[in-house]
Design a protein around this ligand. Structure first.
Ligand code: ZN
Length: 279
């Protein structure tokens, strides 16, 4: 019992330190509704959303990708340290549907997270990056990773990927994700009562976390895919109607809180090895 009280106190103390400014549900919805049908318009809209949330000037940069018509788009929120937490989501879509789930749900969330996290100074630099041409063999993220100088890559301490959220609860692709980053998610869930099921999607696809994991950068990968929701992707059913706004809003708060917590605890999290029996 005494242990329980102590744990509860730790949880509450932690909850108090997790600071961010949540974006209101109505605004999340409006930004989802901006999903455009062609990739060039999606890029332009993402740029406008970033600017609207205060990311501009030298902090907002298109990064050309060889072989792709459209660039990656990086928004930097400078922190005390140049050591970086990277948050990625692809903005391109396939031909069918509106690509609201896959992956405007993630791309517009980048701007929402930038807004939420910019409420207080952060210890680490946060880089929010919209990747191009994920649907063409992860072209944008592969090129980004390949193009980084060794010392720049070494500054990326963790990479969070967001793809196809909002159809239900946020799930974590546990097999793809670093055990230490998963353990931190469990700390968050204990403190703030989020529930993020482990659901592996390696049998059905890939994501932009792959090139980072390939360089031994700790990654964690969020989605909302289940056997029920998966069939809507890459079809005319991928519209705003496929999104549950309630779940999307909770996902926004969970991701904001996770990033705020990761910023507070990055070094200690990565210094603590964790082993899971069944990921
Ligand atoms: Zn996708």
């Amino acid at each position: 019992m005494r242990i329980l009280v102590a744990l509860l106190a730790v949880g509450l103390a932690l909850a108090e330190k997790i600071q961010y400014r949540p974006v209101p549900k109505e605004v999340l919805k409006q930004r989802l509704e901006l999903a455009a049908k062609d990739n060039a318009s999606r890029l332009r809209t993402l740029e406008l959303l970033f600017e609207h949330t205060g990311c501009k000037g030298p902090n907002l940069q298109p990064l050309p990708v060889k072989g792709s018509k459209l660039p990656n788009l990086a928004c930097t929120l400078p922190g005390e340290s140049p050591n970086t937490i990277l948050v990625g989501a692809h903005y391109d879509k396939v031909r069918a549907g509106m690509g609201v789930v896959d992956n405007w749900s993630g791309a517009s969330m980048l701007a929402n997270l930038h807004e939420a996290l910019s409420s207080v100074p952060r210890k680490h630099t946060l880089v929010f990056i919209g990747f191009t041409d994920e649907e063409k063999g992860l072209a944008g993220s592969r090129y980004f990773v390949a193009k980084q100088k060794k010392e720049d890559l070494a500054r990326i301490k963790a990479a969070i990927n967001i793809d196809s959220i909002g159809m239900g609860t946020a799930n974590v692709w546990s097999k793809r994700s670093d055990s230490r980053l998963l353990a931190l998610l469990e700390v968050l869930n204990g403190a703030l009562k989020f529930d993020v099921p482990w659901i592996n999607v390696d049998k059905v696809g890939d994501s932009d976390s792959h090139p980072f994991a390939g360089k031994k950068i700790p990654v964690i990968d969020f989605h909302s895919l289940t056997t029920e929701t998966l069939p809507a992707l890459h079809t005319p059913r991928d519209t705003i109607d496929a999104i549950s706004l309630d779940h999307y809003e909770v996902t926004h708060r969970m991701l904001s809180a996770y990033l705020a917590l990761l910023d507070l605890r990055l070094e200690v999290t990565l210094a603590t090895p964790v082993q899971y029996e069944n990921k």
